[in-house]
Design a protein around this ligand. Sequence first.
Ligand code: CMP
Length: 139
Amino acid sequence: AIERTLSIIKPDATKRNLTGKINAKFEEAGLRIAAQKRIKLSPEQAGKFYEVHKDRPFYGELVEFMASEPVVVQVLEGESAIAKNREVMGATNPADAAEGTIRKEFALSVGENSVHGSDAPETAAQEIAFFFSGLELVG
Ligand code: CMP
């Protein structure tokens, strides 16, 4: 089915001017960039977005990192977009990421791993609504 998923190009990648190269990977994989904006998250906003991880030891570091520089938030659309995006991103830890994936090519570490992508249909819907209004999403 055609799905939508929420993607974030993280501070380590925006800082190194990798937005275009990362977007090319998405488009080459058949994902359409249906909506996109560059924003700077406050620590409060980053903390709220990653609330599910609040009890993890890396939560503080994750929130600080995500609020450190602008991010590009985007809605990717296409056939099985959620799984396809996860495939294109590669494993969370770049040391485990497959050849040709975004994290293998660009990520610096498990924390500074260049991209985020929703992990399931329910989280995709929640995460898209966190950043985008209905008006910003064309049909
Ligand atoms: P993401 O897909 O954005 O979801 C949660 C993030 O937490 C994950 O990518 C990683 O960037 C980050 N993360 C996971 N494990 C660690 C870790 N051990 N140390 C720092 N950050 C981590």
